[in-house]
Design a protein around this ligand. Structure first.
Ligand code: ACO
Length: 316
């Protein structure tokens, strides 16, 4: 068996904070509806001067500085996103240049929406096992404000921007991350139109079917990761849920009898940041000392695709 360990994390958030109160001036909504239905109080939104690339660079530099690993030691650079500054080149290619990663670093972006960071962890584990250098730089980053319709109250209250990076290390002696990934192709309940359509590129979401999908898949995915790893929930120190809706997390916790102290979240001040959500929370847990060396975090994402993914990550 061979696998990954988490070496370090970093993050970057736009300066501007959009509050529930701000949103009441834009659409017909109120703080009570947003907080009770979602758990969200504030989210960060990029200004016109801020970019996805800037957030990714800042998060990467912080993660690399904290790791003590030189850019020359990175073998794989992956960015999970669907809101990069360019359709091409991939954000990962821009990072290769700006961070000075070696030219033979495998660099690409991947789109599995909110499951993207977990998909990227699994991809990194596979690629690093065959790579000459055993460190990976893995990001989840989104500027969802660019694809959010701020006249649609059913979606605009949910989304935020941000980026987070993780330096991971592959080793033949490390345990596998035991990734469980899945997809149920659906272009109806959750999608963002692309360049080949006449529709504006805004996220379209039918909340209730997506809610039901999440409540069905998330607990099952967690159980499958634990079963593959031969562990129980007691062996896991933190459950790092995709921060889409506090009610989805609460239902999953109840179904699996998970204690709330192992399910710390940050949705109240980030909103739903799609692919950035899981690594932003990981970074918060590591930076605050809540996730300590040797501890295990079970990361779980779900979203457009419809996709889901779970993986176990141990902090080195
Ligand atoms: N403020 C006030 N009222 C609102 C708002 C708002 N912002 N938005 C909707 N409403 C109204 C609706 O119009 C509806 O009114 P009606 O009963 O008069 O028709 C009522 O509130 C209830 O609306 P629902 O959509 O049924 O509300 P629900 O409880 O389902 O909550 C939510 C909506 C928060 C979107 C929820 O369904 C959800 O979280 N779904 C899952 C989202 C998710 O997990 N997405 C993940 C991936 S995102 C990605 O991949 C990019």
């Amino acid at each position: 068996m061979n696998g990954l360990k988490l070496v370090s994390t970093g993050s970057a958030m736009p300066e501007r904070v959009l509050t529930n109160e701000d949103l009441t001036k834009m659409v017909e909504t109120n703080d009570e509806w947003i907080t009770t239905r979602t758990g969200i109080h504030t989210r960060h939104i990029c200004s016109q001067e801020e970019s996805h690339t800037q957030l990714c660079l800042a998060a990467s530099r912080q993660a690399l500085a904290r790791s003590g690993i030189a850019p020359e030691e990175i073998g794989v650079c992956l960015v999970a996103t669907f809101t990069g500054d360019h359709l091409n080149p991939a954000t990962a290619c821009v990072l290769q240049k700006e961070l000075g990663l070696p030219e033979d670093t495998v660099c690409f972006d991947l789109n599995a929406a909110c499951s993207g960071f977990v998909y990227a962890l699994h991809t990194a584990q596979c690629l690093l096992s065959a790579a000459p250098r055993k460190f990976g730089l893995i990001l989840g980053a989104e500027v969802l404000s660019r694809v959010t319709d701020y006249t649609d109250r059913s979606t605009c209250v949910l989304f935020g921007d941000g980026a987070a990076a993780a330096v991971v290390e592959w080793n033949a002696e490390y345990p596998s991350i035991h990734a469980v990934l899945g997809c149920r192709g659906n272009t109806e309940v959750l999608y963002t139109p692309g360049v080949n359509t006449s529709s504006p590129s805004y996220i379209h979401m039918e909340g209730q079917p997506v809610f039901r999908f999440a409540v069905e898949t998330v607990p099952r995915c967690i159980s499958q990761v634990l079963e593959q790893a031969g562990l129980t929930a007691e062996d896991v120190d933190h459950f790092v849920f995709h921060q889409a809706n506090q009610r989805i997390i609460d239902l999953a916790m109840r179904k699996l009898h998970l204690p709330s102290e192992k399910c710390t979240g940050n949705i109240a001040h980030t909103g739903n940041t799609s692919a950035a959500s899981v690594p932003l929370l990981l970074d918060e847990l590591v930076s605050t000392g809540a996730l300590c060396s040797g501890q295990r975090a079970l990361c779980v994402g779900f979203g457009a695709g419809l996709t889901w993914g779970g993986a176990l990550l141990q902090l080195k």
